[in-house]
Design a protein around this ligand. Sequence first.
Ligand SMILES: [Zn+2]
Length: 401
Amino acid sequence: MGDSQLISVVCTSCGAEYATDKLLGFCTVCGKVLYCVYDIEQVRASLTPEQVAQRGRGIWRWHELLPVRHAENFVSLGEGSTPLLACARLANQLGGGSIMLKDEGANPTASLRARGLAVAAAIGCEYAVEAISVPSLGDVGDALAAYAARAGLKAYSFVPHDAATTHLAAEVASGAYTYRISRMEMESNQLVRALGQRFGWFDVSSLREPYRIEGEKTLGYELAEEYEYNLPDALIYPLGSVIGLAAIWKGWAELEALGWLGSHRPRIYAIQTDACAPLVEAFKNGAAESKTWDLGVDSRYPPLRLRRQIGDYLALRLVRESGGRIISVSEEDIATAQLELARTEGIYAGPEGAMAVAGLKQLRHERIITAAATVVIINPAAGLKEPQIVSLDDMPPIQAG
Ligand SMILES: [Zn+2]
């Protein structure tokens, strides 16, 4: 036995409580997101930050605060403990100050999703499922394929018709059953859900089950640890999926309950592309939830095409609570920021990380974030996964003779 202190699972919206003896999805009462709850008193009595620090690297050193009860089911490819990189040259370009970047592209399968899928695959083993499935706009399908293979489970992923071949290759190589589907099917998600229900797959769609977020919250734990439990002034998070941001926030709340972290939180600045910005609109309008984005334009970056997310209310709530905001940047600014980050710091980020840098540039320009504020940027994934977005038009030609 491991010593997970999971005691129940609770709805983040209506408060309905669920027992932990069976595999759970979203709230069957109201359709919203479920969160795992731990016996914090028990963890506090048996664990200290120093003990966690002495356990080496990776996400499983936080196992008391993860939902997997049996240590033999832990699945790992070395996820977590990613670099926190000082970006002095980028800071100089933006007028000085302290800018750090947490590089989740250094995870196995080159994204933050590795943390979540490690836990989801382990949960699949705990509850003896045969197959796990996910619709994937980008990196989650790659992580699903790798961690399912590692755990001996079948994997089914459904990707957009124009998904980068890098994703397809990674998934097929790991033995996943990967299907390219139309954008309409991708967005409605009905095909994936119907197949999952018919064949009994464990659907690990973002925030439609309460386990993936538990892996991703270790990103929040690590940041707290790396900042010696004294978090910076501002966090820049690209949306993309809200699961990682909700996860960080949940992780910090647990550390505060443990008495390891104070009540200070960074102001959260969440960034979207202006080609698909439902959360920016909801934030501006003071709405508790977003409306499905339907303005007839779309992002050239598949991972940013999220018109509506089940966890939208969690992101809106936490950004407001932090005193931050949700802003949009242009697709051109994202492309420019990707090259600037790679050329000034050697960090080749995916479109989400590039969007975060573009957002920080805008916030600095508008003096919403000044050079006096300490800043951490989250880069969720490496740029290698979406190579089609770098223009090769300005490569110098080599002429023979
Ligand atoms: Zn509910």
